[in-house]
Design a protein around this ligand. Structure first.
Ligand SMILES: [Zn+2]
Ligand SMILES: [Zn+2]
Length: 228
């Protein structure tokens, strides 16, 4: 198993690549996904199984889905593509619906929607399984404040029963975070909130650092972009 943080910046994109011999996993799939993947050693020329786990429906986490599917369709590869997402994520489901309804007669690959429930475990190979952890995250618009809560999952990838990697997605502090991050070999923890005070929506640096200490190694990601 190998992994690579391809990109992460709040409001722009997040994508993490995990690869084993046969399977390729992406955690979130934002803008620039094809550009980022083409810089890696991933080989698009052979048929492979893709497992794409989407934390939530905000554009900076799933906006690259259309490009990704379009690119693989263009290459004509008979891949298996599995898209996993919180079952109530209307953005992800709608994006998939649009793509499949437009191109249903010319899809070279097998595309499978895999809506997940809270704390669901999915096995993707004999040695790898992934578990969903419900997180707490809300939409927001500048100068309008918080909007409705967005169905959001953090994911842990287990390899040979060891928690190989934990990923929080976007989230405010909540009771499932410790469970998700604890004892992970690697943890990718969002630290978007630039303030010292806690928010309902994102972790600040101190909260993220405290969580990171529960893992063997960690990286703070998805810090706020500089909008100037
Ligand atoms: Zn985000
Ligand atoms: Zn978000």
């Amino acid at each position: 198993m190998k992994h690579q943080l391809l990109f992460s910046s709040a409001g722009i994109a997040t994508q993490i690549l995990i690869s084993s011999e046969k399977d390729t996993i992406l955690l979130d799939i934002g803008d620039g996904i094809i550009r980022d993947l083409l810089k890696t050693e991933i080989n698009f020329s052979k048929s492979q199984s893709w497992h794409i786990f989407i934390s939530h429906g905000h554009y900076d986490h799933c906006g690259g889905l259309f490009s990704f599917l379009g690119f693989l369709r263009m290459l004509g590869l008979p891949s298996n593509i599995n898209i996993y997402y919180p079952s109530e994520s209307i953005e992800v489901e709608s994006l998939l619906d649009v793509f499949t309804s437009i191109y249903k007669d010319s899809l070279p690959f097998k595309l499978k929607n895999r809506p997940l429930k809270n704390n669901e475990t999915v096995r993707i190979s004999r040695s790898i399984y992934v578990k969903s952890y419900p997180m707490v995250h809300y939409g927001s618009i500048v100068n309008q404040g918080l909007l409705a809560r967005v169905p959001t999952y953090g994911y842990a990838i287990f390899h040979n029963k060891i928690k190989y990697l934990a990923f929080t997605g976007d989230t405010g502090i909540n009771n499932n975070l410790v469970d998700l991050v604890k004892d992970a070999e690697y943890a990718f923890i969002e630290a978007t909130n630039p303030e010292d005070i806690s928010s309902k929506n994102h972790l600040n640096e101190e909260e993220a650092l405290n969580l990171g200490k529960l893992a063997k190694r960690f990286l703070l990601i998805h810090t706020k972009y500089d909008s100037r």
